[in-house]
Design a protein around this ligand. Structure first.
Ligand SMILES: Nc1ncnc2c1ncn2[C@@H]1O[C@H](COP(=O)(O)OP(=O)(O)OP(=O)(O)O)[C@@H](O)[C@H]1O
Ligand SMILES: [Mg+2]
Length: 257
């Protein structure tokens, strides 16, 4: 079933077209992997669709459907933080350094779910333990800079799950992390999807990783979605010549794009 869909979706500046997506469906309850070279428009597509670049003076046109209903970008923006969570590449920038992790968690849950501090604490600790954040007192009283990038990502994932998000957009969540932390955060995202059914858009350069975790894969090249479908179909019989070249390049060079 379709959770979000972009149709004739276009983002342009005064001088050029940045993104032009004819039709892209995000299936409910699945992990959609989005791959493409740096600068191809992966981030712009999802920030654009969720209203995160409304202030930049770019022109955003086309149709956005959320749960089958057509929505304005400004409406999508309102869903952010509750129904949709956007997990950024650098988790440090998502937290205010002057507040503790506990403050961030309690404030977010109070604002969105109207919970008091005790209720918020119980709820967030439940999710912390599911994502292997075990030293909960220390985490809650820590400032963001006192935790590792991997831990902050899992705190963000815990907040998203506590809020009951329908969709989590994870934009290169592993790029800034070491190998062990990468593995842990990927496992946490898989767990969130598999056990709790949350829909995940996983944006990454790391094609081997995407091919392991995604149910569906979308390939973005030069601002266009050139291919989207079930992972095994994209991997075994890509239709677009650019995808084939990209896959071949990857396999030949054994490196990410
Ligand atoms: N405000 C803006 N005005 C015009 N062009 C922009 C603006 N912001 C970004 N771009 C352009 O949009 C294009 C897509 O950028 P985007 O950040 O979406 O790429 P990406 O695929 O996420 O890359 P990466 O993998 O490095 O994160 C880039 O060519 C960038 O120069
Ligand atoms: Mg990006």
């Amino acid at each position: 079933m379709e959770l979000m869909r972009l149709e004739n979706f276009k983002i342009s500046s005064t001088s050029s077209t940045i993104v032009e997506i004819d039709n892209m469906k995000v299936t409910r309850g699945k992990i959609l992997g989005i791959v493409g070279r740096s600068g191809s428009g992966k981030t712009m597509t999802f920030k654009g669709a969720t209203g995160l670049i409304l202030e930049r003076g770019l022109d955003i046109s086309g149709n956005i459907y959320w749960q089958g209903k057509k929505k304005k970008v400004s409406h999508m923006r309102k869903l952010l933080g509750k129904n949709i969570s956007y997990v950024m590449q650098n988790p440090m920038t998502s937290f205010n350094q002057v507040h503790t992790i506990g403050y961030h968690c309690y404030e977010t849950l109070r604002y969105n779910l109207n919970l008091d501090k005790k209720e918020s604490r119980e709820l967030i600790c439940k999710w912390f333990s599911r994502f292997a954040l075990l030293d909960q007192d220390r985490i809650l009283t820590s400032y963001p800079y006192q935790l590792s990038g991997g831990m902050l990502q899992r705190v963000m994932l815990s907040i998203a799950m506590a809020l009951g998000s329908d969709m989590i957009i994870a934009d290169e969540p592993t790029t800034a992390l070491d190998n062990v932390s990468q593995k842990e955060i990927v496992e946490s995202f898989i767990e969130a999807n598999r056990s709790y059914g949350v829909t995940i858009v996983f944006i990454s350069h790391d094609f081997p990783l995407i091919s392991q975790i995604a149910h569906e894969i979308g390939v973005i090249i030069d601002g266009q979605l050139v291919e989207i479908g079930k992972s095994k179909d994209i991997l075994t019989r890509p239709e677009n010549i650019k995808t084939i070249k990209m896959l071949k390049g990857l396999i030949d060079n054994d490196k990410h794009f």
